[in-house]
Design a protein around this ligand. Structure first.
Ligand code: FE2
Length: 295
């Protein structure tokens, strides 16, 4: 819950070491000019944004050259965007902003499954399959996986007819939307839970993969000495009437990137160890949704 904060006076802690605050009246002037903003929330958010941006420029003593570089960087970021590529989401992800937005908007607690980032590869509603179906549209050379899930309220009551949307990478580290060679909708599908809140599907083990790093977000990662990899995971988006939508992943234990996910999406409760029997892997997981009545 973000609302309710109002900055009564300007934060002047961002002074130079000498204690001097550069041009404080400018900040007061800019904030003063938005006083007539009709929408209270727009005014609140813009005021905070201006205060923090000004504080950042003062604290970093941003040079003209750096300001120009930043403008050019953001321009390239926009130019990189297309129907299949959202560079701003990548930028938000690698700076931890997406996870922070997720954290301030989702509660965690007993009986509730932790949420994590949506990511840029959700491709909208997919074909609805029945329990036990495969989400593959072509053969893949990957270890077979069965996922068995149960969806309940935080009190453990089964939620029937919940929509469970899943998506994951192919063994070549790409989602179908990144790879023209994959059939559209490969390794993604929707399911409905039964009256016991259950769903299941066949797939293959997901693999760790680099986020697209051939654009500005990738250049920034490299400048910061960071790798672009995400640990292997399956995405889930679960919606049911009367409950807050759950957007999450399940990660595979033992992955080399669990501690350094490029987008900071890993939470310990979301790491699973598939059971293996005769080469078949099985994940059993319980998803707890937050009732909107109790929110
Ligand atoms: Fe992903």
């Amino acid at each position: 819950m973000v609302g309710g904060r109002r900055t009564e006076s300007f934060p002047m802690q961002h002074a130079k070491p000498s204690g001097e605050i550069v041009f404080p009246e400018l900040t007061e002037d800019v904030v003063g000019r938005i006083a007539a903003t009709a929408d209270a929330r727009v005014r609140e958010v813009m005021e905070l944004l201006i205060l923090h941006l000004h504080a950042f420029v003062r604290e970093a003593s941003l040079t003209n050259e750096e300001w120009k570089n930043a403008v050019a960087f953001l321009t390239r970021t926009g130019q990189m965007c297309s129907d299949n590529r959202q560079e701003f989401i990548l930028l938000s992800d690698i700076l931890g902003v997406s996870m922070l937005v997720d954290a301030v908007n989702n509660s965690a607690g007993t009986g509730l499954t932790d949420s994590t980032v949506l990511g840029p590869f959700y491709a909208g509603p997919q074909r609805e399959l029945t329990h036990g179906d495969t989400i593959l549209l072509r053969e893949e050379d990957g270890p077979p996986l069965i996922v068995e899930g149960t969806v309940t309220s935080q009190n453990g009551e089964p939620i029937g007819d919940a929509l469970v949307e899943v998506w994951q990478t192919a063994p070549n580290q790409l989602y179908d939307v990144q790879d023209d060679a994959q059939p559209d909708g490969h390794l993604r599908a929707s399911f409905r839970t039964d009256e016991r809140g259950k769903f299941s599907f066949k797939s293959i083990l997901p693999v760790s993969y680099p986020i697209p790093d051939d654009g500005p977000a990738g250049q920034l990662l490299q400048m910061m000495g960071r790798h672009p990899f995400r640990p292997a995971h399956v995405h889930f988006m679960i919606s049911a009437r009367g409950y807050r939508m759950l957007v999450t992943h399940l990660f595979l234990s033992g992955d080399a990137y669990l501690d350094s996910d490029a987008v900071f999406g890993v939470k310990p409760s979301l790491i699973v160890t598939p059971e293996e029997r005769d080469g078949l892997h099985r994940i059993v997981y319980h998803f707890g949704l937050e009732s909107l009545d109790e929110a």
